[in-house]
Design a protein around this ligand. Sequence first.
Ligand code: TRP
Length: 363
Amino acid sequence: MKKEKIILTGDRPTGKLHLGHFVGSLRRRVELQNSGEFDKIFIMIADAQALTDNADNPEKIRQNIIEVALDYLSAGIDPSKSTIFIQSQVPELCELAFYYMNLVTVSRVQRNPTVKTEIKMRNFEQSIPVGFFCYPVSQASDITAFKATTVPVGEDQAPMIELTREIVNRFNHIYGPTLVEPEILLPDNAACMRLPGTDGKAKMSKSLGNCIYLSDTPKEVKKKVNSMYTDPEHLTIDSPGHLEGNCPFIYLDAFATDDDVRRFLPEYDSLNALKDHYTRGGLGDGTVKKLLNKVLEEILVPIRERRKQFEQDIPAVYNILKEGSERAREVAAKTLEEVRAAMKINYFTDEELIKGQVNKFKN
Ligand code: TRP
């Protein structure tokens, strides 16, 4: 039998999704979904993982589950092609994680660069919650429970996929071939990999207040684009401009095609021609921002329209999540059964064990 191609990916429901999520993973997921190349696609709302550093604020997670679901659906995730589910509704994932924890050392998790950054950001240095510390292991169960071959995520998730591969190898080595080793699928250009916030500083992130959300109104988007960080040395239109760290140009790299540039600014035949003009001098930031705003609106208008439709029937959205969670649970339960059998902790269905014990106690 040909090996099935299976995607698993997901997000923590700690806020609405923004353009960084969109170019970093969401847009790609929709393309992969519609490519027809994958046998199964699972998209998980990682509420249990979100609780590992939000234990005191479950209401935030509860409120954002529906926001993330609406963002998925409006971006083009189609529940008839992709299974959208909620992590906590698949308890089999916890049991898998419990067994995988035995295959990972504390020092291995301590070396995880993403975990390290998060510990600093959350001031956990003095007191790291055990659950938070273990989330990379739990992420390995999310991935392996579905026998995922492909995990489309941002670069910050690479250490998790690496750890998952190690767990898979260790498990299969000790207990016999059971689990599937996943591959990471990264965004295809640098601008998409790490989209900066509108302030040009760090990555786009809710806590920094530098985001453009998929659900922002046209007015909000325009305001945010107009206030974007550009080149502080580009004082007059005629002075030569610099592209490095220049937000509107980074965003154009992530969102615009040469064709977009030609359609909106026919005097340029490509994005590079526009960049050349800017670095030579003679092109104002206003023109670039106006172009970016048009490019973004073209992407956001259909997303907003779909969102509005789904917002009309919220119970139906919960129903999509419920059905998805039920389907996901069936798949995870099957893998868990195989894992238990491989670990030989399936005592009551293990006839060989029972026969052996009968003989042992016979005399
Ligand atoms: N860690 C991911 C994030 O921060 C969410 C996540 C949880 C995930 N489990 C996963 C992503 C499994 C991919 C695969 O957004």
